[in-house]
Design a protein around this ligand. Structure first.
Ligand SMILES: N=C(N)NCCC[C@H](NC(=O)CCC(=O)O)C(=O)O
Length: 446
């Protein structure tokens, strides 16, 4: 049996914009109110998907969500026609209005936590959509995320879907952005690393002082329970509160893993030595590469600015690993020389490839934010909705779809144009046909 890790990238939605919604995410705040280019954003994302597919990987795609979220605005008391709801919300509560327009579902690392069948007690691949409670604009995502995941992994012989955790900060869950999995082969049982920023039910434990810790220890434990993971295959790790206060709002901004490699900044975790020893003990006798980046080589500020750790480490068909990095890493002398040297050292990482995902980076989303990893065997992959996989023809189709429906400039004011809502719904309706998703959106269910 063959095993793969498939990256499911988020397709950027037609309302991609910069609204400064994510306190604690430096890029989001710095670019607030800049004008955006949804067409370019979607195409940059598609190019990255195609590039990984051309490297010989199986690449997937997840559909974006319906925005503006008229249903959320109605739930908050805005009434009348859709156009009236938009106009009233824009005038009376601009911040709430903007939150309901965000295309943030593009960062599918936050869509869900996924445990492959080799790790779970019932031998199925388990999915729990992230509740994203810490940010209002992101808390609007989990229901439709669940619909989309079920439409793509639609066979309960192989796939198990859970409801997102209770919508409360005590169970704040940011999904795979704070989860990585180490294993010798994708199809072998692995060690799942669950990273959290704070304890919800124990205030004596350390926590950041300035920026929010979005993800709790209690949420990590709940997901591990739901997925039927064995304690011997799980390590819980607290993020260093000081780095959260320096803008590391998700752990995938300061560490990333793949197979037998954990690439991390020396300041990423609390109790690092103890944590690494537990990982090694649970991983067993096989070789594990802990690649530590020290502050002298790359400061936390540079890691946050360039997203050195929000890179994807992928295994190429020949068994070597490559780092998929944003061009921001190439442009920073300290980071690019670090990477140039890394590929010459004695680790499995032998290549670095740079991609332009600037439209996403300006909202704090690098290459790794844009993808949800699902490790599967060939039977499981065969049970996936094949229209969610990137082939040459599906890539072409999606590019044409973007060309047909997306604007190439969007300002905050454009978001209350009722025509944009019509355009977005028309586009998504067509997308559900291209991807054969069925009726996953509320406007299709009304
Ligand atoms: N690290 C990972 N995996 N994901 C990055 C998510 C970025 C996202 N930005 C935003 O939601 C900004 C939206 C705005 O400001 O318009 C967030 O902060 O949740």
């Amino acid at each position: 049996m063959q095993h793969f890790e498939v990256n499911f990238d988020g397709l950027v939605g037609p309302t991609h914009n910069y609204a400064g919604l994510s306190y604690g995410n430096v890029a989001s705040l710095n670019n607030a109110n800049a004008s955006s280019n949804p067409k370019q954003a979607a195409k940059q994302g598609l190019q990255k998907m195609k590039a990984l597919s051309d490297l010989g990987l199986t690449q997937g795609v997840l559909a974006p969500q319906e925005r503006p979220d008229i249903y959320a605005l109605r739930r908050l008391g805005f009434t009348g026609s859709d156009a009236r709801v938009l106009e009233q919300a824009y005038q009376q509560a601009p911040q709430i209005f903007l939150a309901c327009c965000s295309a943030s579902s593009m960062w599918t690392a936050n869509a869900a936590t996924v445990s492959p069948s080799a790790d779970t007690s019932d031998g199925r691949v388990h999915f729990t959509p992230a509740n994203l409670t810490n940010k209002f604009h992101r808390s609007l995502e989990p229901k439709v995320t669940g619909n989309i995941l079920q439409a793509i992994f639609n066979d309960d012989k192989y796939f198990a879907h859970h409801q997102h955790l209770p919508d409360n900060e005590h169970f704040g869950d940011e999904g795979a952005a704070n989860h990585t999995r180490l294993c010798s082969q994708y199809g072998h049982s692995g060690v799942e690393l669950f990273v959290y920023g704070r304890y919800a039910f124990d205030s004596s434990k350390p926590a950041p002082q300035k920026y929010p810790a979005r993800h709790t220890f209690e949420a990590c434990q709940a997901v591990a329970r739901l997925h039927g993971l064995n304690d011997d295959g799980v390590v819980y790790i607290q993020q260093n509160p000081d780095v959260i206060d320096q803008g590391v709002f998700h752990n995938d901004v300061i560490s990333v893993g793949n197979q037998n490699v954990l690439f991390y900044h020396e300041q990423a975790f609390l109790h690092t030595e103890r944590v690494l020893a537990e990982i090694q003990q649970k991983f067993g006798d096989e070789q594990l590469h802990f690649i530590k980046v020290d502050t002298q080589s790359v400061s936390v500020a540079d890691a946050v600015k360039t997203y050195l750790f929000n890179t994807q480490i992928i295994t190429l068909p020949n068994g070597e690993m490559a780092i998929i990095a944003p061009t921001e890493c190439e442009e920073n002398p300290a980071v690019s020389s670090y990477l140039a040297n890394l590929v010459t050292t004695d680790t499995p990482i032998k290549h670095v490839k740079y991609y332009d995902v600037k439209q996403s980076m300006q909202n704090g989303g690098g290459p790794a934010c844009l993808r949800l990893r699902v490790a599967m065997n060939d039977q499981e992959l065969g049970a996936v909705n094949q229209n969610a996989l990137i082939t040459d023809s599906q890539f072409e189709r999606l590019n044409q779809w973007v060309d047909k429906h997306y604007r190439d400039v969007l300002t905050v004011k454009d978001l209350c144009d009722p025509q944009l809502l019509v355009e977005s719904r028309t586009a998504l309706d067509e997308l559900t046909q291209i991807m054969k998703l069925g009726s996953v959106y509320p406007f299709q269910q009304a």
